[in-house]
Design a binder for this molecule. Structure first.
Ligand code: BES
Ligand code: MN
Ligand code: ZN
Length: 501
């Protein structure tokens, strides 16, 4: 999609389709919408009075030009009540409108929206939200059908936003495009079936991303994993015909600083559950058990393009959790890179095992604050549904920073406690800890386990098992992989940038 800016008056602007916005419960139209309405002899206000356009959030109404203006047709996007309007509604509303426009066969469209709609907005952020909404809204996974659907595509979007400076446009468009493209990269990776995205192919994809952006990269193979004693990752991988990998990327945007942000993503390319096998129906969804890894790679792509002034080390342990005679068993005691020993209670609690090695390795590489992203527990769906990512931490101050980034990115996250009383679930009689304790608080048990491997380093765990896939089309998310956490991580790096200046 190409993005352009114009300052032309809406009454004379030539375009296939003009998109204007309307907020609920207001009789007099605002800004750009008012300007178009005047050129149309108040026909839009007429539709509002008649109740045909309500301004309800997400309502999109297609109207024609009555021969009054060169714009061929109009889309009126409802944004809900003005008092409740925020950038996230803007982003999601634009995504809904983008799909309507595409379905109507629109190739070239103009978004006309006044930045004064809500005075709290920074104009560049508004531009970013509009661009993200469009680029995320029209996303589709290409797949492997021989006959590609004849795709109608939106080709060019023009922006009309009175009073927005050229530099605000430039910054907003760049960030919006990069954040959305990075999210779409993560969506693509998560959609890929496990036979097309094995751990070694994931590593190749990571190297491609790194090379494209001049990011340093290293992939640890089995021999190296053995030498380093990554027993947790190796144990999970043992029953798979595919080889495991530890992917490491270093983005060095502030070489003078010792601060290193460490991002660790769960990269289980397929999770059968191991010998404690999962039920058959729906197991195919477990091709997406590397959504955390995808989020980290997407975010690395974003910072590779935007080059914030900070350092990030990404660590992605990746393998399959399969079943054969070599597999690890419940009751086994394994070791780990950190040296801690682990009694296996459940072979389906594999994500925390590979992350244990990933977190410990990120610390060894010098990470001074950590965020891990993982489709870790079904229990987080019970707790928070498909709307909210579960957040756990060993450091409230660091968690506040991550939450602030999530708010800006429009990703909902909510904290679950890691009180020390929960330790009892993970006590083992034969090893330093168990990987799971049965019983309640499944997501917290996962968090408590990981906490042992973050040790004293400020750390946040994001459990995205409920938010990595969407079972319906909703706002910025088409049905399927969401690319969740990419924009929070990328935003976090941008925040670091500001702090370090
Ligand atoms: N990959 C799953 C978690 C998951 C569930 C992701 C649903 C996406 C959707 C994870 O490895 C797992 O199997 N967790 C177990 C843990 C249990 C054995 C302690 C679970 O949630 O049942
Ligand atoms: Mn599992
Ligand atoms: Zn898993």
């Amino acid at each position: 999609m190409e993005w352009k800016v114009t300052k032309e008056a809406l009454a004379t602007l030539v375009t296939d389709c003009l998109l204007v916005v309307h907020t609920e419960g207001e009789d007099s139209l605002q800004g750009c919408t008012q300007e178009v309405d005047a050129a149309l002899d108040h026909r839009i206000s007429g539709l509002v009075t008649e109740g045909e356009i309500s301004g309800k959030y997400g309502e999109v109404t297609l109207v024609h030009n009555w021969g009054k203006i060169p714009a061929k047709r109009l889309l009126v996007l409802g944004l809900g009540k003005c008092s409740k309007l925020d950038l996230d509604k803007m982003r999601n509303g634009m995504a809904i409108a983008s799909r309507k426009a595409r379905a109507a066969g629109v190739k070239q469209l103009t978004v006309a929206c006044s930045p004064t709609l809500n005075n709290r907005w920074n104009p560049a952020d508004l531009v970013q939200a509009v661009v993200e909404g469009f680029e995320l809204g029209v996303y589709r996974y290409q797949g492997y059908k021989q006959k590609q659907e004849q795709e109608r595509a939106l080709e060019t979007v023009w922006l009309v936003m009175p009073g927005v400076t050229d530099s605000a446009f430039e910054a907003g468009i760049e960030r919006g495009r990069v954040f959305a493209a990075a999210t779409n990269t993560a969506r693509d990776l998560t959609y890929e079936p496990a036979n097309k995205l094995t751990p070694s192919i994931l590593a190749e994809r990571a190297l491609e991303i790194a090379n494209r952006h001049g990011i340093e990269a290293e992939v640890l193979d089995e021999q190296k994993l053995n030498e380093l004693g990554m027993d947790a990752l190796l144990s999970v991988s043992k029953a798979s015909a595919e080889v495991p990998r530890m992917i490491v990327l270093h983005y060095r945007g502030a070489p003078e600083s010792k601060e290193i942000l460490g991002w660790v993503g769960k990269g289980v390319t397929f999770d059968s559950g191991g010998i404690q096998v999962k039920p058959g129906r729906g197991m195919g969804d477990m091709k997406g058990d590397m959504a955390g890894a995808a989020a980290v790679l997407g975010a690395m792509e974003a910072i590779g393009a935007l080059k914030p002034h900070c350092n990030v080390t990404a660590v992605i342990p990746t393998c399959e959790n399969m079943i054969n005679g070599n597999g690890y068993r419940p009751g086994d005691v394994i070791s780990s890179f950190s040296g801690k020993t682990i009694e296996i209670q459940h072979t389906d609690a594999e994500g925390r095992l590979i992350l244990a090695d990933g977190l410990a390795y990120a610390r060894r590489l010098g990470a001074t604050s950590l965020v891990n992203v993982a489709t870790l527990t079904g229990a987080v769906v019970t707790a928070l549904g498909y709307i909210t990512t579960g957040l756990m931490t060993n450091d409230e101050k660091w968690a506040e920073e991550v939450k602030a980034a999530a708010r800006v990115a429009g990703e909902k996250m909510w904290e679950l406690p890691l009180f020390e009383e929960y330790e009892e679930y993970l006590k083992s009689e034969v090893a330093d800890l168990k990987n799971e304790g049965g019983g309640p608080a499944g997501s917290i048990q996962g968090g408590m386990f990981l906490k042992h491997f973050a040790e004293k380093t400020p750390w946040v765990h994001l459990d995205i098992a409920g938010t990595a896939e969407s079972n319906q089309e909703k706002g910025i998310h088409p049905k399927g992989s969401t690319g969740v956490a990419v924009r929070t991580l990328a935003q976090l790096a941008m925040q670091f940038d500001r702090q370090m200046k």
